[in-house]
Design a protein around this ligand. Structure first.
Ligand SMILES: [Zn+2]
Length: 418
């Protein structure tokens, strides 16, 4: 039995339809999960399934969660008194056991378990690399099949843990993350297999939003400010939605956390649109050539959930948020600052968030006593390699110009030999 109803974010109507992405109720709007429990509750177990605000039944596998702790090192460097870090990665000394080193692992776990709850056994996933790792791992852990599509430019993100190597992984020979999304949708169509649904999938959002569940359960209240690097914006929308549930609960604060979101210049379409006061992304800011110039390909989505009703624009508006554009050099400097002050390596996307926090401190966008939650969306890859062997994936390459018939044949052969 489902523990939630689907609600249209535009008109508030309740929709009974099931599936990963039900048909749109209002054009250009998202659904949100309206949980039967309006009070936040945490069971006394160590897996993420301890939280009642996740759209899942009775999961059969354990899934470790984020490690949230009060910072001393970085907080001291920045002169902040209440900086909390949500570390999503591998750092066993801190109790962080995410072996794919990315917060996308929560998304994968919740999406796959939600699919099982809806009697859907498998799906096609498009990824900028980190999501692929997460889904390959969770497909292995949960025994729910997935097919993964990644653009070649994200291949360097494509390391798998040994057991996940058997997951069919297709690399799009040309193009970027957004082209991989298009190809994944085509594969779903010709194979009659569900597509994961992107930001429209409520399980994806609530899986990412569980970072806030862990943070509130540790801090005891909502943070004043929330920092994260954004590509599709799904994680940020997720945190805004989770925060709304806490407000309705009433025991954790009366104000939504301000979202402080960051992108890597020069590919920063949401930053540029927001700073222009626009709900629409400018075409020239979505130029694929800009993606080649950034260091953080995992946040290079040309189809972000920005303009859609209930998307990033609305989240920024509702939370009096801010957007930051971070240069490559500042990303590297921030990664180094974090490692020196906190004692663990982080991925470039997390460096973007750290740099945004530095910028906010410098320009007085935050007060030193604010309760701040910094989402380190990935880290501990170097630490992991001391304990475990990682492997390069051997993908099957495909061209985006392939015909539907050839695509079907290619897929059938791939799945057969696997
Ligand atoms: Zn509606």
């Amino acid at each position: 039995m489902r523990n939630y109803k689907l609600k249209c974010k535009k008109c508030g109507a309740v929709v009974e339809e099931s599936g990963i992405t039900p048909h749109e109720h209002c054009t250009d709007s998202l659904y949100v999960a309206d949980y039967n429990d309006h009070q936040f509750a945490v069971k006394d177990i160590s897996s993420i399934w301890k939280f009642n605000w996740l759209p899942v039944g009775s999961p059969e596998f354990l899934q470790p969660g984020p490690a949230v702790y009060k910072s001393e090192g970085l907080a001291g460097k920045l002169g902040l008194n209440n900086l909390y870090i949500a570390f999503n990665g591998y750092w066993p000394e801190r109790g962080a056991e995410i072996t794919t080193c990315t917060f996308k692992e929560f998304e994968a776990a919740v999406v796959l378990e939600n699919a099982r709850t809806n009697d859907i056994n498998g799906m096609v996933v498009a990824s900028a690399g980190n999501t692929a790792r997460a889904f390959a791992h969770l497909s292995t852990v949960s025994s729910i099949p997935v097919i993964i599509v990644v653009p070649r430019m994200c291949l360097f993100e494509m390391w798998y843990l040994e057991a996940s190597l058997k997951i069919p992984t297709i690399v799009l020979a040309e193009g970027d993350y957004s082209n991989a999304i298009d190809l994944a949708k085509r594969i779903a169509m010709v194979m009659d297999y569900p597509f994961e649904g992107g930001v429209k999938n409520i399980a994806k959002r609530d899986g990412l939003g569980l970072v806030l569940l862990e943070a509130v359960s540790k801090i005891g209240k909502l943070p004043d400010r929330y920092f994260q690097a954004v590509g599709s914006g799904t994680g940020a929308v997720a945190v805004w939605e989770m925060a709304g549930r806490f407000l309705r609960d009433g025991r954790f604060g009366w104000k939504l956390p301000s979202l402080h979101l960051a992108q890597n210049l020069p590919f920063a379409p949401m930053t540029k649109a927001w700073n222009n006061g626009s709900r629409r992304l400018a075409k020239e800011d979505l130029d694929p050539d800009l993606i080649a110039q950034i260091t953080t390909r995992v946040i290079s989505n040309r189809y972000p959930a920005y303009s859609v009703q209930g998307g990033v624009y609305d989240a920024l508006l509702a939370t009096k948020g801010k957007m930051y554009g971070i240069e490559n050099d500042d990303v590297f400097a921030a990664m180094e600052l974090f490692e020196k002050s906190e004692g663990i390596d982080i991925v470039p996307a997390a460096g973007v968030a750290v740099a945004a926090l530095e910028d906010a401190v410098k320009n007085n966008h935050v007060d030193k006593n604010d309760t701040i939650l910094l989402n380190i969306t990935g880290g501990g890859e170097n630490r992991l390699r001391k304990d475990m062997k990682t492997h390069r994936v051997k993908p099957a390459f495909i061209s985006k110009d392939i015909s539907d018939d050839d695509l079907k044949e290619f897929m059938c052969n791939l799945l057969k030999t696997d």
